[in-house]
Design a protein around this ligand. Structure first.
Ligand SMILES: Cc1cc2nc3c(=O)[nH]c(=O)nc-3n(C[C@H](O)[C@H](O)[C@H](O)COP(=O)(O)OP(=O)(O)OC[C@H]3O[C@@H](n4cnc5c(N)ncnc54)[C@H](O)[C@@H]3O)c2cc1C
Length: 487
């Protein structure tokens, strides 16, 4: 991370908690809090162990799981590798403006994240997506078509409707994605193959392929067609609703970080930041968790929420099932990064799609006025197509679309190379959509969450929250059975 983001900052609460954790070592700590009625009626505890539950990862899946179990009175420890919370969401500052370097947009059609926003009193903040002044399409060849917003929307709308024409038929119940068995039969169809059947014109094809590359974080030949259609179905099988849900509203009142902290604060969990889990060993009645700084904690159960591609960096004993190992190795491929660029000039409200293999997949105005000029957000589906640390290369690429601007500042975050994500958003490789259930399945005392394991909005914050709620239920049931029988 460069420029002005707060990547290195540790919250005051985090510092206090990390300090407390160091001085207390592995001491027992109750998470019951005065005034919390759920916590005032604690369940039977596993007092020979440090915690009832250790949650690994402080993204939305992890904080939700911690909250679900913490408010039930269980003793929860959350271990987070980075010195900050939020995981693949990251509220920062660029040129004095609040920006989101990771997951950003949310919507009331996404039920889990919306419920959390309601619970903690967070509103919506609008991104200037409507009333566009200018729209551009860069074809895969690099040629640019500067078309009116009306034409852009018409052509893109047509292509999206065509791509998702079977969404209601295939996904009448999107949260049971294989309710229609034909979805399984289409498991090996890639987005690229499906696009080829649609008979689209140049602009339709370029905008649709750029969008699918964005969702894939990879060439569309690698992306699962049906997994995207499921996302579309979740937005009431409707083009307008889907588009509104993906790029129009952010979380107000502290951004994603504000919501993440609100959920975690409610949990009463102990939090240790900067703790990289390196080994997880299941013993007969407990789990032993080791961090790279040599600390060990024990718990009845462990919830793992790290991104799929990070699992390889943790040693599991006994090893994970063959099905999980196969999912970890093959199922995801998102090579994404995010960048903010400030132009001196106010170029207004713009949106551009650049078809693969151009590196800047989508460029969207975030702020514009005569004082700031313009701040655009660039989403790179395939960061390996350009060196985002090479400012000259970035400027040159940007000037292809906006030749007359002066670039004042650039700030980027590379999710694909960050050791604690190793990927962008969760996207399924063709042939792997139906296997996400393998990743979600408990193994002994280990429970698994994270966006990739969600039934619903798996590429979104909403899916992460959904998975945290599901895993909370699984652990609650298991602990209730086990600890209840020891009374
Ligand atoms: C650029 C970008 C744009 C996106 N845009 C949107 C959007 O607009 N809307 C939307 O809803 N979603 C969006 N997403 C997706 C969304 O942000 C993620 O799907 C979601 O945040 C994932 O949450 P998670 O809890 O499953 O995983 P994560 O947030 O990745 O949480 C996992 C946590 O585990 C920690 N960890 C990793 N290894 C270890 C270890 N060894 N020990 C301890 N901790 C460890 C990580 O540091 C991390 O905090 C975007 C994502 C990216 C990257």
């Amino acid at each position: 991370m460069k420029d002005e983001s707060n990547s290195g900052s540790i919250t005051r609460r985090g510092v206090l908690m990390a300090a407390a954790a160091v001085s207390a070592g592995t001491a027992l700590q109750s998470c019951a809090r005065p005034g919390d009625s759920a916590a005032e009626a604690p369940k039977a505890k596993s007092h020979d162990l440090d915690f009832d539950v250790v949650v690994i990862g402080g993204g939305f899946a992890g904080v939700t799981a911690a909250r679900e179990l913490g408010v039930d009175g269980y003793r929860v420890l959350l271990l987070e590798a980075r010195p900050r919370l939020g995981g693949r969401t990251f509220t920062g500052k660029f040129q004095g403006k609040k920006v989101e370097y990771g997951g950003a947009c949310v919507h009331w059609i996404q039920p889990h994240v919306f419920a959390e926003m309601q619970r903690y009193g967070k509103g919506f903040e609008e991104v200037p997506l409507v009333d566009l002044d200018a729209t551009n399409v860069m074809l895969s060849t690099g040629e640019i078509r500067r078309i009116s917003p009306e034409e852009f929307i018409r052509e893109y709308d047509f292509a999206m409707e065509a791509f998702n024409a079977r969404s209601l038929e295939l996904f009448p119940r999107p949260y049971s994605p294989f309710f229609n068995p034909e979805v399984l039969a289409l498991e090996n169809v890639s987005a690229a193959e499906h696009i080829e059947t649609l008979g689209l014109n140049e602009i339709q094809k370029a905008t649709l392929n750029a969008e699918m590359t964005l969702y894939a974080g990879a060439p569309t030949t690698e992306y699962s067609y049906t997994s995207f259609v499921k996302l579309f179905a979740l937005a009431a099988w409707d083009y307008y609703m889907f588009t509104d849900s993906e790029k129009h509203y952010k979380i107000a009142d502290g951004g994603t970080l504000g919501l993440c902290k609100a959920i975690l604060d409610h949990s009463g969990a102990e939090v240790r930041l900067g703790k990289v889990v390196s080994a997880i060993t299941q013993e007969q009645d407990s789990v032993r968790i080791e961090t790279t700084d040599g600390q060990v904690v024990t718990a009845k159960t462990t919830v793992i929420t790290v991104p799929t591609k990070v699992y390889d960096s943790i040693s599991f004993s006994p090893g994970l099932s063959n099905e999980k190992q196969a999912f970890i190795k093959n199922a995801e491929m998102c090579d994404a990064a995010c960048m903010f660029v400030r132009f001196k000039q106010n170029i207004g409200n713009t949106f551009s799609f650049c078809d693969d293999p151009n590196p800047f997949s989508a460029i969207q105005t975030e702020y514009f006025d005569d004082q700031i000029g313009t701040i655009v957000k660039v989403t790179l589906a395939r960061q390996s197509l350009i060196d985002i640390n090479d400012q000259d290369a970035v400027k040159k690429e940007m000037k292809r679309l906006f030749p007359n601007v002066d670039i004042v500042a650039i700030s980027s975050y590379n999710w694909a190379t960050d050791p604690f994500s190793r990927q962008g958003w969760p996207s399924y490789r063709v042939g792997w959509f139906s296997k996400y259930k393998d990743m979600a399945k408990p193994e002994g005392r280990l429970y698994f969450a994270g966006g990739a394991t969600a039934d619903g909005w798996h590429e979104y914050i909403d899916g992460a929250v959904e998975s945290g709620i599901r895993v909370g239920r699984e652990v609650r049931e298991a602990l209730g059975r086990e600890l209840g029988s020891r009374e």
